[in-house]
Design a protein around this ligand. Structure first.
Ligand code: ADP
Ligand code: KDG
Length: 313
């Protein structure tokens, strides 16, 4: 059985190799990305058994996604949907600091995920189910799939983890806030940025926001704060961790990496302090490279950001 089961949409990704307008790019780099599969890669690199479930089109992009996930050691449970193409995401670095993401995913195979795609045996035997707030924004059936997977996990006593991951291109703050408020009550562990937490609850400080989210049900709430680090609120106790100092080239994917680090340490039975530390380490690795997941660390890498020497021989 898998340690972690995750489900969502992974898209093909085209990105500009240089800074500037997309229209001037003479060539584009081809890769893939998706919040849940990024998380899966992060966990697989750290040695955990992960299954990813999602729909892809009967096309080369779909093949690319399965090939990538399999190469990363993930149990790829892709469902080939001949009725729709694999979704596409375009990333252009407009300036050194600003990345623009455009989606070509409406009506995509990934968005056609439905409750029938949830393998109840796979989910019930896992230790963790990881879902994001992106999936319910994709379609009515995708939203039902999320709810069904959570029901199955809860009935089997599987830890339900939810990353809010608000994507403004997909839905309004109001619609997302209402959906998140319901999903949070069903989760054991919630990852959110401060802005995402504010879609659901109010509060003057980050601690207040975490406490309010936890009051809705989850025993553990993690608030990610980019280069400012993160905060954990567990059983009423607050823990704060600074970010590891790195020079960031692309912030996309940091949240997925953070979640992978946190869940990896949780599966290893580590203390909350150590879970938070591994989460921040993984988050820092993710921002050091242009891709969404390519910079994710393996076990040996975890010691690197703490290393004294810049050159390891
Ligand atoms: P998201 O990708 O969901 O917006 P964040 O940007 O808050 O999430 O990043 C998640 C975590 O990754 C942060 O809490 C932090 O630990 C780490 N991280 C993000 N950006 C940086 C950065 N510039 N330098 C170091 N660590 C970072
Ligand atoms: O979390 C990083 C993601 O933004 C990315 O890899 C693609 O799943 C994605 C999305 O919907 O933005």
């Amino acid at each position: 059985p898998a340690d972690v089961v995750t489900m969502g949409e992974t898209m093909a990704m085209l990105s500009t190799p240089r800074i500037g307008l997309l229209r001037h790019a003479a060539s584009l780099d081809l890769s893939s990305g998706g919040a849940e599969s990024n998380l899966a890669i992060g966990l697989a690199r750290l040695g955990h058994r992960v299954s990813w479930v999602g729909r892809v089109g009967a096309d080369e992009f779909g093949a690319l996604i399965c090939r990538t996930l399999a190469a990363e050691g993930i149990d790829c449970r892709s469902i080939v949907d001949p009725a729709a193409p694999t979704g596409l995401m375009i990333k252009a670095r407009r300036t050194e600091a600003v990345t623009r993401v455009s989606y070509y995913r409406s009506g995509s195979a990934g968005s056609r995920l439905s409750p029938q795609d949830v393998d109840t045996a796979l989910v019930s035997r896992a230790r963790v189910l990881y879902l994001t707030g992106i999936t319910p924004a994709l379609s009515g059936t995708a939203r039902e799939a999320v709810r069904y997977a959570i029901d199955v996990a809860r009935r089997a006593g599987v830890l339900v983890c939810l990353s809010l991951n608000y994507r403004q291109a997909l839905w309004s703050e109001q619609a997302a806030g209402a959906e998140f408020a319901e999903l949070v009550t069903q989760a054991d562990l919630v990852f959110a940025s401060e802005a995402e937490a504010r879609l659901v609850v109010g509060g003057d400080t980050v601690e207040d926001l975490a406490a309010e989210l936890s009051a809705l049900g989850p025993r553990q709430v993690l608030i990610t704060r980019g280069a400012r680090g993160a905060l954990a609120y567990v059983d009423g106790e607050v823990l704060i961790a600074p970010a590891y100092p790195v020079s960031a080239v692309d912030p996309v994917g940091a949240g997925d990496a953070f979640a992978a680090g946190y869940l990896s340490a949780t599966l290893d039975g580590m203390s909350i302090v150590d879970c938070l530390d591994r989460a921040c380490l993984a988050g820092a690795f993710a921002v050091t490279v242009p891709g969404d997941w390519e910079g994710l660390p393996d076990r040996a890498d975890l010691a690197l950001l703490r290393a004294e020497d810049a050159v390891l021989r």
